[in-house]
Write a protein that binds this ligand. Sequence first.
Ligand code: BGC
Ligand code: NOJ
Length: 813
Amino acid sequence: MEQQKRYGHFDDQHREYVITDPQTPWPWINYLGNEDFFSLISNTAGGYSFYKDAKFRRITRYRYNNVPMDNGGRYFYIKDGDTVWNPGWKPCKTPLDFYECRHGMSYTRITGRKNGVEASVLFFVPLKKWAEVQKLTLKNESKEVKQLKLFSFEEWCLWNAATDMENFQRNFSTGEVEIEGSTIYHKTEYRERRNHYAFYHVNAPIQGFDTDRETFVGLYNEFADPQAVMEGKPRNSHAHGWSPIASHYIEITLQPGESKDFVFLLGYIENEQDEKFEAPQVINKKKAHALIAELDTTEKVDKAFAELCALWDNLLNIYKVRTGNDKLDRMVNIWNQYQCMVTFNFSRSASFFESGVGRGMGFRDSNQDLVGFVHQIPPRARQRIIDIASTQFPDGGCYHQYQPLTKRGNNDIGGGFNDDPCWLIFGTVAYIKETGDFSILDEMVPFDNQPGTEVTLFEHLKISMDHVIKNLGPHMLPLIGRADWNDCLNLNCFSWDPNESFQTTENVSEGTKAESLMIAGLFVVTGKDYVALCKKLGKADEAARMQQAVDAMIEAVKKHGWDGEWYLRAYDFYGRKIGSNECDEAKIFIESQGWCTMAEIGAEDGLVAKSLDSCKKYLECEHGMVLNNPAFTKYIYEYGEISSYPEGYKENAGIFCHNNPWVIIGECLAGRGNDAWSHYAKILPSYVEEKYQTLHKVEPYVNCQMVAGKDAFRPGEGKNSWLTGTAAWMWYTVSEFILGIKPDYDGIRIDPCLPETAGDYTVKRKFRDADYEITIHPNGAQKGVKQVILDGQPIDGTVIPYSPGKHVVEATM
Ligand code: BGC
Ligand code: NOJ
């Protein structure tokens, strides 16, 4: 058999993915930064940086959909005699003697070797600093003295990434820079309303520089052969308008065996309005000097890097499993948790599939992301909940997205997605269960960020539930609004105008009968949580009121939401069934199977088991479960965007990885461990790593949003990697439902659901101020814990009561 080509491998000891061939099937990227200052970096050092908001504070420029793909980034050009090369291979693409890219936890290290010189660059954002460090180590491994010419390169973005791509009649005249020693400052628009500038510094004397792109590159050259570099001569250009860049030029002599470090720093500074200038037209550089001074030696940078690594040691020590199965352990202990942190930070804003200008923080997305992250830094999850709730309207509806910089609801998209409110309960309950911090419910939170409108967070939860109850349709099922979780099921949209966005165009909601079974299931799941919370708070009346609504919803689903073998998906504007055996296409959808089985609606009558079996029968394929089956083959005016996609892609019968875990949880609740595991393993990156190398194409260390489904032209192709709710749902599924370690108000519930082949395993779990070491003995069972022994004493039931300190737990199934 032909040996399959490989582009890299996992290095679990260092928590890295090691890429050994720069020509990956698609750029394989990583994220730098934990708060405020962020960067995206590909395996060839492509990408860009921004401060807080990928749209409004873009620091460096990046061109999406470029030719070649992934063109532009932070580049080091090394001119050694006549040879010019880059450690990350691009953009010169000079063949290297050695190439390696190690993507780790919030850092990336790229190493190249050419003609006896090794160049290794460590990229990271130090904790609490608004800067990206690029520590370049050059080493002469040859027997000759090397005279090298080094050129750095960054291209400035004119801050607003959207207008930067459009408004050239203005942009070409606004660019401004200052050069001071080894620092190049970018100060476009600082003369007027901006109170921020950026800089690119190196901790060594420079022998030249460039700040004007065309002068450096040459109008008829490219990043691959900039004129200044090819000739080995910087132009010392000073940008006035056009396209400002930053390039340092350094001449370096290396004796045989000698190595030298250079610390490059890309920084961002904000000044108070009255402290902006130190002299007319001259920016106040005090803060920049201070930031540079904190990171201007190898020792300081190494220390900052050690702090970053220590942070990740701590974060990944909170939940650690040892099953003996490396493929599972590495996803649970490293990559799944890492991806959760990234999605928490970025929501769906900036990736190589999300341009950073279109979408801010999603209301539903951020609540789901929180569940993947809350155990790591609960205070940030707390703040996030408050931020999200502050964009709610007094009637319980909410902005679908908000901008991270302003935290204001995004008017371009508005509201009206009727699943949104429920997710606030989902996120808040997860936070309280993890932390025991009920005080969050008393926080005063405004509506639509309007001062003076504050009510308690609990009140926000209440109106969220009420929003569903007050928006029921003819079958007493929730009205869908613009869309539910499936943004593309636009049942009130009716669009024939290709210039309209399905998401934002005016909806016809007067007289609509469009109802969602997905929201029905979501309402029952979150409603039960809400009822339990109310009881916990001693609000018996409110608990009883909501229990009634939940019961009524369950009845409505049983009566109007069951199709015989599976749950219906929806009713359309006219009250006709969607996702029914009676339909010509898309007879069955995954979302309602997931939510109604998680809600266990009709379990006593066998509905849950039938629905789960139907998922296996109709939705499952080699690469996972598709969203609907069969795919739509034509545009349906009454359904909107879902039917706009070609068969097998995205919301039209793609494997939308995000919703596979819903069914897996349904399987777990039903105690079907073998089925749960087989669905899970199909979309677990480490299990299908081989496939990633050629078929999936995208990064093998994270989940992608969508894998092309069985009806697609190329089934199995992955797309939209990194920023997807899949991360949090995979985490929630494996940590709580498969491995069975569930935070609860009063302790940790132990309730695994495993394949019958599972062996003993141990989870180390920090929980509030306690450390639990929990060993599970499955004994071939798929479900059902028979006995729990806490510190040598058997306990009643399966909830380990919380108490601070170290505890050893044994659970036998
Ligand atoms: C995509 C959805 C996405 C939506 C957001 C659609 O085109 O298919 O996955 O949620 O856009 O605006
Ligand atoms: C991606 C969006 O970010 C998310 O909010 C939505 O639920 C899914 N697509 C499905 O449409």
